[in-house]
Design a protein around this ligand. Structure first.
Ligand SMILES: Cc1cc2nc3c(=O)[nH]c(=O)nc-3n(C[C@H](O)[C@H](O)[C@H](O)COP(=O)(O)OP(=O)(O)OC[C@H]3O[C@@H](n4cnc5c(N)ncnc54)[C@H](O)[C@@H]3O)c2cc1C
Length: 436
């Protein structure tokens, strides 16, 4: 590779950034991919780590290992903190250096999203969200520790609070997490405790919307709700949470005492829009042109959760398929430019469908006019999720784990791993603070 080849800097090795890097595999460019984590994370299965089905290593792979055969690509572990669009450089902090300038000819920002507490950042201390492996392991620790603490507690009045789990947000993550938690307590844990009965654990799913899985067809929302209720999940709709504190939540004026509240509601985009001083939508996502470039800057592109683009009058959703297709599109566009070929037609998202799993052997699926719920939808869900894991070793490992769980009810990873010694369930600020 010539040192004079154009340099493409990609920030973010998630779904969008990785797809862009792979699309530039055979192009005469120098690709530099920067991520603050050393791994690509398959976020759709994070809830399975949080509920002990899978271990962290089964849903994430080192980015440099995924791209090891791509010789035009260098992977840097570092956090982008700003962009100078006039000097064409990104500033990156790494373990021992701050603000290192990385020059680019083309820049692709694929920095994803983080939690949004809709203006109530004070909730974060008591209700962690699920976005990273550290979040998932922290939530897993907390759930498992709640059972341990209840077993050790002589006063049965305290068992109820310890074994009440509240999930705020009934989108796919909340529904999947509630279903998996119900299966954990009603099957895997049911025979392992003596002083408490795990099957009596209370799981409450709250959303201010009138139905669960609001982005799905009404019939599928209803099927998912029925399934959740069959699993023993209390579904409370139509009221948002008024308050979250160390003792639980207040919803619709009623207090629900709980030591475990999990935030599965909103997401906020990365600060890419601020770095670029570019126009954003109300949520803060960068408004991109139909070819995903930033207005006025044909050399800068934004893809995935941190980009905002309308298609057929509606904004594209923040889902993995959108990010992957956008990343691939930008990679190909840059390749065509470098080869002196004509520009491709505007980006168009091809929607392959949406799915959510509810407990064991049951999912809802909608694609085109097809609406499906039950075991067949679950099989489709399992096949699609296996297909999109980053590496074949993960596919084999996850498949085996799912078969084992299905047949025996036994989970892959039920360890409480404290990096700084044990902490107590009744002090959420300590419990939920795990090193990232
Ligand atoms: C719990 C959960 C469940 C989900 N389930 C589904 C599902 O079932 N189906 C579906 O389609 N979608 C699902 N999604 C959404 C999907 O994961 C996202 O839409 C997708 O990951 C977006 O891809 P992205 O490339 O924009 O961002 P990401 O995949 O989030 O990647 C962003 C990358 O950028 C890195 N990064 C961020 N900021 C910086 C910085 N300043 N410097 C360096 N690196 C940085 C991050 O470390 C990360 O690797 C789920 C999301 C979550 C959180």
């Amino acid at each position: 590779m010539l040192d004079s080849a154009p340099r493409v800097v990609i920030v973010g090795g998630g779904f969008g950034g990785l797809a862009a890097a792979k699309a530039l595999r055979n192009t005469d460019v120098r690709v530099v991919l920067v991520d603050r984590q050393n791994h690509h994370l398959f976020q759709p299965l994070l809830y399975q780590v949080a509920t002990s089905v899978l271990s962290p290593g089964q849903i994430a792979s080192p980015i440099r290992n995924i791209l090891r055969r791509q010789l035009n690509t260098t992977v840097i572990l570092g956090e982008a903190v700003g962009v100078d669009i006039d000097r064409r450089c990104v500033f990156v902090d790494s373990a021992d250096r701050e603000g290192v300038a990385l020059n680019y000819d083309y820049l692709i920002l694929a920095t994803g999203a983080s939690h949004s507490y809709f203006g109530h950042d004070e909730f974060a201390r008591f209700a962690p969200g699920l976005k990273s492996l550290a979040d998932a392991v922290s939530i897993r620790n907390h759930i498992l520790r709640a059972f341990e603490q209840a077993e050790a507690e002589e006063d049965p009045k305290r068992h109820r609070d310890l074994l009440t789990f509240v999930l705020v947000g009934a989108g796919p993550t909340g529904v999947e997490m509630a279903g998996a938690l119900a299966i954990l307590v009603r099957s895997t844990l049911r025979s392992e405790f003596r002083r408490v009965d795990p099957t009596q654990a209370r799981i409450v799913l709250i959303d201010m919307a009138p139905r669960v899985l609001g982005a799905f067809a009404e019939s599928l929302s209803a099927a998912a709700r029925t399934r959740l209720e069959e699993l023993g999940v209390e579904v409370r709709l139509g009221h948002g949470v008024d308050l979250i504190d160390a003792d639980g939540v207040v919803v619709g004026g009623e207090r629900i005492a709980s030591k475990t509240v999990i935030w599965t509601a909103g997401v906020a985009p990365s600060p890419a829009g601020k770095w670029l001083k570019a126009p954003t939508d109300r949520a803060g996502r960068v408004r991109v042109q139909p070819d995903l470039r930033v207005p006025g800057h044909p050399e800068i592109f934004v893809v995935g959760d941190t980009a905002s683009l309308d298609q057929d009058g509606r904004p594209l959703a923040g889902v993995a398929q959108v990010a992957m297709q956008q990343g691939r599109y930008v990679g190909r566009l840059i390749r065509r430019r470098i080869l002196g070929q004509s520009a491709p037609p505007p980006f168009r998202y091809f929607d392959k469908g949406t799915m959510a799993v509810v407990g064991k052997g049951f999912a809802v699926l909608q694609t085109g006019r097809l609406r499906l719920s039950g075991f067949l939808a679950w099989l489709a869900w399992a096949a699609v999720h296996l297909e999109f894991l980053a590496q074949s070793s993960l596919r084999v490992s996850v498949f085996m784990q799912w078969v084992w769980l299905y047949l025996t009810g036994q989970r892959g990873s039920r360890l409480i791993v404290d990096h700084h010694g044990p902490s107590r369930v009744d002090s959420p600020s300590i419990v939920f603070h795990e090193p990232s």
